[in-house]
Design a protein around this ligand. Structure first.
Ligand code: SAH
Length: 346
């Protein structure tokens, strides 16, 4: 049976150096190859032009480079770009470039599909197929950085893990990808410009605090009342708000970082005074920011964006309690690129 070749990018720099030494070359060759792989983002061994043909062939005999491919790119009238990304096993994920006046943000996926079951999210209808590897996450960022330079004349400035999947259910690979993104040997981006968004996995939030991570955390809360959250995010029955809050208290005590909550207000679901009061009670233990995001319909009669009176009520009460509020407009709706719309529709 033919050996399945390993992706060379699953190896650390030291492992690549060792490989060359074992094969009678210098460890320095490993540094050169590592630079081609990560700083220059090449897709094939052939492109390593300062490496001899024989050495390239030797690498080819042992390894593959499973670079992601942009299968389809769509551009919205507001400048948003959505990429359908084909993985080496032909599965598809999506990533989005979101430009504003001052920044370009990459919204990247961490899993193919999602194991959670948020009723308002299109991705939840695709069952989780597998986790993305660190290099598959990293490559999405490189693709968007290149698009940002090409179409907006500036490099990528921010990254949000708000694409497909639950990043904390693929924590190790997300962490490895962020290490590469922030390392001078990768893209050298500041971790402060990276937000990992979670629907709230308490054990993993505590782990992040223990790991002393430097990127930012956002929690998709949507309701601070268990009975409501149970219906819209059924996994809340397994990870109830009490546990989520306890993990956030732990996170804040360790990091002293402000906590950001994402929140959609829906008609008849969480648009009453009691919903806002519960939110204030939930987040007032630490400096907090609530991002009120517009609902992007996913062809489901159950959810409807609340009216502006309800949004104003949220804003006024939160601000009166010293909680920062931002009200975010959707981007890229015309190409199904907005939050919660990523579902490989072509
Ligand atoms: N699983 C992670 C990241 C992916 S979802 C998380 O839950 O945070 C990214 C954000 O989009 C989350 O805040 C999610 O609640 C929100 N979202 C999902 N579906 C949406 C929709 N239809 N309209 C608006 N926001 C949505």
């Amino acid at each position: 049976m033919a050996d399945i070749k390993k992706d060379i990018r699953a190896l650390t720099k030291d492992q690549i150096r060792e490989f060359f030494v074992k094969n009678g070359d210098k460890s320095f060759r490993g540094n050169q190859v590592y630079e081609w792989l990560w700083q220059r983002g090449i897709h094939s061994f052939e492109e390593m032009t300062n490496i001899s043909k024989e050495t390239r062939q030797m690498m080819e005999n042992h390894f593959v480079i499973n670079h992601i491919k942009v299968d389809q790119m769509q551009r919205s009238s507001d400048g948003t770009i959505k990429n359908a990304i084909k993985l080496h096993d032909n599965l598809i994920v999506e990533s989005v470039l979101i430009p504003t006046a001052t920044r370009t943000t990459a919204c990247v996926s961490s899993q193919v599909g999602c194991s959670l079951d948020c009723k308002f999210c299109a991705t939840s209808r695709l069952k989780r197929m597998r986790n993305l590897n660190p290099d598959e996450i990293y490559d999405q960022v490189v693709v968007i950085d290149n698009e940002s330079r090409l179409y907006h004349d500036r490099p990528l400035s921010n990254i949000v893990f708000m694409g497909m999947g639950e990043p904390l259910m693929n924590y190790n690979n997300v962490l490895k990808a962020i290490d590469k993104i922030t390392s001078p040997e990768g893209l050298g981006m500041s971790p402060k410009r990276i937000v990992v968004s979670t629907s709230g996995v308490p054990k993993m939030i505590k782990k992040m605090a223990d790991d002393n991570v430097k990127f930012k955390l956002a929690v998709s809360l949507h309701s601070a009342i268990d009975e409501v959250r149970d219906t819209i995010m059924p996994f809340n029955k397994t990870f109830p708000l009490k546990d989520l809050r306890e993990s956030l208290v732990y996170w804040y005590e360790k990091t002293k970082n402000r906590i950001t909550y994402e929140y959609v207000v829906w008609q008849g679901i969480n648009d009453k005074r009691k919903d806002v009061d519960a939110l204030v009670q939930f987040c007032k233990f630490a400096p907090s920011k609530v991002n009120i995001i517009e609902y992007n319909p996913i062809d489901d009669g159950m959810f409807q964006q609340a009216d502006s009176l309800a949004i104003d009520m949220y804003r006024d009460i939160l601000e009166a309690n010293n909680i920062t509020v931002t009200i975010r407009r959707s981007r890229g709706k015309d190409i199904d690129a907005a939050c919660g719309q990523l579902a490989n529709k072509k």
